[in-house]
Write a protein that binds this ligand. Structure first.
Ligand SMILES: Nc1ncnc2c1ncn2[C@@H]1O[C@H](COP(=O)(O)OP(=O)(O)OP(=O)(O)O)[C@@H](O)[C@H]1O
Length: 270
């Protein structure tokens, strides 16, 4: 089996994809690598999940190519891909009442294979990731009996347990309360500092600006912008993408911020 390259990268080049007669992607090109956080923004239905599924090899493009560590994705086995790239899907449910510990242990499968029982080392990895994400109290709870936000954290823990250098996360902050959202942002920054590459889709440009090293915008089937957050997130682009007015400004600490412009009602408290 080929060992994962130290310079991990995943790239989708000129990807075209249609659902029935409806074209979803029309030449989307997007790539990321170890050490960076690439945040993907796009309106509902823009094709973010579809693009992620193509990058992971769960769907095949009508045209275009996906390359992993410089080689065609199709030249890797499923297990080889899983050792390099971990995926946090959106809104995942399992019909089986596995415990949180067992779901996270599933992340070790590409390493352990189906035939070997988890070793002490696998158990230590799983427990340390669960405590890093602050969900130790859930460890023996059935996955089917925890909240949506807690399930999301369990899936993130499963992806981390996989030990892959690249992480693809589809709206991981969905359903997380304010504290968990901020902690998640910190975890993602720490992972990138640690040499992981993270591709994350989000509906919160503020989150993207907080942590991303690059932001890309998926619009009308293509990546219409891809670059440093300060260049990509502009009031004009937010208006076109989401149909809302926002102010973009630098705060006193030098960070770029975004604030919605809300019309005040006469007499409303300030
Ligand atoms: N399983 C499916 N069968 C048919 N059409 C689908 C399927 N999944 C998605 N689509 C359609 O493909 C298009 C792209 O969907 P996709 O889920 O990739 O968008 P998205 O940007 O991830 O959206 P959201 O932000 O709402 O999650 C949409 O028009 C959607 O309705």
């Amino acid at each position: 089996m080929r060992e994962p390259s130290p310079r991990s990268q995943l790239q989708g080049l000129d990807l075209h994809f249609a659902r029935g007669k409806r074209s979803v992607l029309e030449g989307a090109t997007l790539g990321f690598g170890a050490g960076e956080i690439l945040a993907l923004l796009g309106a509902n239905g823009a094709g973010k999940s579809t693009l992620f599924r193509l990058l992971l090899g769960f769907l095949s493009a009508k045209r275009g190519e996906v390359r992993l560590d410089g080689a065609p994705l199709s030249s890797f086995s499923r297990r080889e891909i899983a050792r390099r790239v971990a995926y946090v899907p959106q809104g995942h449910v399992t019909p089986f009442p596995y415990t949180v510990r067992e779901v996270v242990m599933l992340g070790r499968l590409p390493e352990t294979g189906l035939l070997r029982a988890p070793r002490a080392e696998d158990r230590e990895i799983v427990e340390s990731i669960i405590s890093r994400l602050g969900i130790e109290r859930l460890i023996d709870q059935p996955y089917t009996e925890i909240s949506g936000g807690e399930r999301q954290l369990t899936l993130i823990a499963r992806a981390l347990a996989q030990g892959a250098r690249l992480l693809v996360m589809d709206e991981p902050a969905t359903g997380l309360d304010y504290g968990y959202q901020l902690r998640l942002m910190r975890h993602l920054s720490a992972l990138a500092a640690d040499g992981h590459g993270v591709l994350v889709s989000t509906h919160h440009p503020e989150h993207a600006m907080q942590i991303a090293t690059r932001i890309a915008i998926l619009h009308e089937g293509r990546i219409e912008a891809d670059g440093p957050p300060q260049q990509v997130v502009t009031a004009e682009r937010m208006r076109r993408l989401y149909g809302v007015e926002v102010a973009v400004f630098d705060d006193p600490f030098g960070a770029r911020r975004l604030a919605p412009i809300v019309e005040r009602r006469e007499g409303a408290p300030r």
